[in-house]
Design a protein around this ligand. Structure first.
Ligand SMILES: C[S@@+](CC[C@H](N)C(=O)[O-])C[C@H]1O[C@@H](n2cnc3c(N)ncnc32)[C@H](O)[C@@H]1O
Length: 191
């Protein structure tokens, strides 16, 4: 496990004392509105808001993050919302997904170019859907006045290229609040 990442995120989440539902993610709700709920996997789930939202919509959700502190808060939020989520602690640096398990994989605000695309490819069933939203370069190098580490920020038009040969159902890059995000809905090829 990446001790550095775990410690960093545990320390951030240790300061969070609020358990409960975050605001609804409108893009997520809109994207799944035409899908039949099945098995969903939320990667880098953090405090679990998106996983809980999917569970409330009838999905059987597994949610993975490196931070046990974040996952404890997420579990309390799920209990308060009266939904079940399978919370799992794992480091994507060494995580080995079970093949062809999920109908839907979601990723919000996390980027790992090295391994995550291949892990998502493995975890999704053929024909399954990926919903991926994270930070993208804006017109200038700053995001909300801060220069971000390029390792964690997509280049323009980069996100679909991480899943070559997948069908892009929808792709956009937009300013949201004080930063830019890329949003991809993509489908793993069926055999
Ligand atoms: C910016 S937060 C996003 C959380 C959530 N998806 C959201 O949008 O609110 C990034 C998350 O990635 C997790 N993370 C960082 N490195 C990781 C790793 N190597 N393996 C698994 N999760 C990791 C952190 O613990 C953190 O919860």
């Amino acid at each position: 496990m990446s001790e550095h990442d775990r410690k960093k995120w545990d320390a951030k989440y240790a300061d969070v004392d609020e358990v409960g539902a975050a605001g609804e993610n409108d893009w997520l709700a809109q994207q799944v509105s035409d899908m039949q709920p099945g098995r969903a996997l939320d990667l880098a789930c953090g405090l679990g808001a998106n996983a809980i939202q999917l569970a409330q919509l009838g999905w059987a959700v597994t949610a993975i993050d490196i931070s046990p502190v974040g996952l404890q808060i997420a579990a309390r939020s799920a209990a308060a919302a009266d939904v079940q989520v399978d919370w799992q602690t794992a480091d994507f640096g060494i995580w080995e997904p079970t093949a062809a398990t999920f109908d839907l994989v979601t990723v919000f605000r996390y980027l790992d170019r090295d391994q995550l695309p291949q892990q998502i490819q493995v975890a999704l069933k053929p024909g399954g859907t990926l919903l991926y939203e994270t930070f993208v370069e804006g017109p200038n190098a700053t995001v909300g006045g801060h220069v971000r580490n390029p390792a964690f920020v997509l280049q323009r038009d980069e996100l679909p290229t991480l899943f070559p040969n997948w069908e892009v159902i929808e792709y956009s890059e937009n300013e949201v609040s004080d930063h830019y995000v890329a949003r991809l809905r993509s489908q793993k090829p069926a055999p």
